[in-house]
Design a protein around this ligand. Sequence first.
Ligand code: PRX
Length: 630
Amino acid sequence: MDIVRSFEDYIKQYQQSIDNPETFWADVAGDFHWRKKWDKVLEWDFHKPEVQWFVGGKLNITENCLDRHLPERANQTAIIWEPNDPSEEPRNITYQELFHEVCRVANMLKAQGVQKGDKVCIYMPMIPEVAFAMLACARIGAVHSVVFAGFSSRSLIDRINDAGCKLVLTTDGSYRGDKIINLKAIVDEALESCPSVERVLIKKRTGSKVVMKANRDVWWDEAIKNMPDVCAAEEMDAEDLLFILYTSGSTGKPKGMVHTIGGYMVYTNFTFRTVFQYQEGQVYWCTADVGWITGHSYIVYGPLSAGATTLMFEGVPSWPDMGRFWHVAEKHRVNIFYTAPTAIRSLEKAPLSFVKQYDLHNLKVLGTVGEPINEEAWHWYHEHIGKGKCPIVDTWWQTETGGFMISPIAHITKLKPAFASFPLPGVQPVIMDEKRQEVTTSPGEGRLTIGFPWPGMARTIYGDHQRFRETYFSTFPGKYFTGDGCRRDAEGYYRITGRVDDVIIVSGHNLGTAEIESAVDEHSAVCETAVVGYPHDVKGQGIYAYVICYDRPHEEEKLRHEIRELVAKIIGPIAKPDKIQFVSGLPKTRSGKIMRRILRKVAEGNTTDLGDVTTLLDPSVVEEIKAGAL
Ligand code: PRX
């Protein structure tokens, strides 16, 4: 099906997708290679909830990302890899090479005993092998669970055990600017508590010293030697699992979102091509890590299924200096650049000379994702990076949605800074008010729900369908609840205002306050904790922890340091609290519920307008909290 090329096309396509969703998505899906066509486009019931797309269809996603491109683009670059250290050689991997690399890894996995349906944990830095590994799993019908390589061993344990992974793919170490992180040691520590893991394959990257465990650990480079570079693709059902990816929720336990093959493939491909208006031959760069959904959908599956050239960057924006992104963009003649507001805000603080010394004239489209972008950052990005001529696509979506939901279409949608603008074809947003009534007016404001299925949506939480139902389909029965608030203006533009639940977004990373609270509570001096988000210049939201100790701490700074380190160890450095206030009590209602509204206000620096505190069990704690605010 043709991608929209004008605003009139968009209106027409959107209307078709609403009037006749099945015909619409069948048209989109018709462009792919199916071993067997589906019997039915869609089966759904949001009350159960149950959603199936392309029912009965048979395919392999890697045939669509690799084999299908070979006749036309065997020698075109599929992946450009830019290493952490700019003095190291980048790699250009053509579609032909990628095909062979994926097949070799697939054969290696098979030789190590991985079978269709097995779960494979990928805990690796941003090197091309991480993409080979994901695709290799898909090639043989194994289910990948990529865990962000910044997570701690404790987080790794939870994720490996929840999915019951049989094999772990990792590296000796990873680079992060001028630091080396010893990934293998983190894996070793985790695996003491992961009985399901039989094998670990270790790709050499940093040359760090590693301890190899007999009968379990194998060097990747040894295991892959002599592996054939062709591997038949397993025939999969459209609704078979492609991957599990964990995201934070409002309880301490992360949710393993399940994405299935057919719908996810169709959706990421369609949204990639539509939103970025990708043109043949362009170089596209998404700066996310593959450990997040953005990396899955818009570094790997979306671009590769579209036959695009996708850039993978191993490093960080601030090393060797604050001009690194722009240096990479110039070096590889990047045309489409997709990043997060938090990165923009931190780079905006550096002198403009870091931008000006690079030639960015190849840039045609810019994008953002992960949190609401503030207008100041939007304008800086537009003016200094896009030189006033590149549209910014502010893409709103979630791990759960698989792909873009509300977003401008590059060069087509008239932009409004900080608005995600309009729903993409097939997406039916519905705003609900506090009385659970639909808000039909524009302007209007409330909670954002989606009233109809789309192919990229997660099908369940791995091993816990009940939680899936409760989290997403029970607040507004019959609708998918996003957890976000939003506003629709008089022209119908959507603006996402942020989470309305207990999830905070720190530097674009989704973290559950409950998860951080339980990590802080593990300190032997801590009795109880309440965590809230507060506005932060660079990170978007910072983490503010109110901590009750058994005894009044003597050395507050030392204890703060210990708590931060503990959280880094349990969850990962991204979850370290920015501010820790020691308190003797928390504002609780008579039924024992913490009034987070009050804590949020104090954390925001607002101590005068706290609203009604008379329902509190002990209103005096509020005075103490206000007096000690950081
Ligand atoms: O609150 C929204 C925010 O990020 C949440 C989803 O986080 P996660 O599942 O980690 O996925 C991030 C990458 C897709 C959403 O519920 N969010 C994401 N994009 C935007 C956004 N908020 C405002 N504007 C966006 N463009």
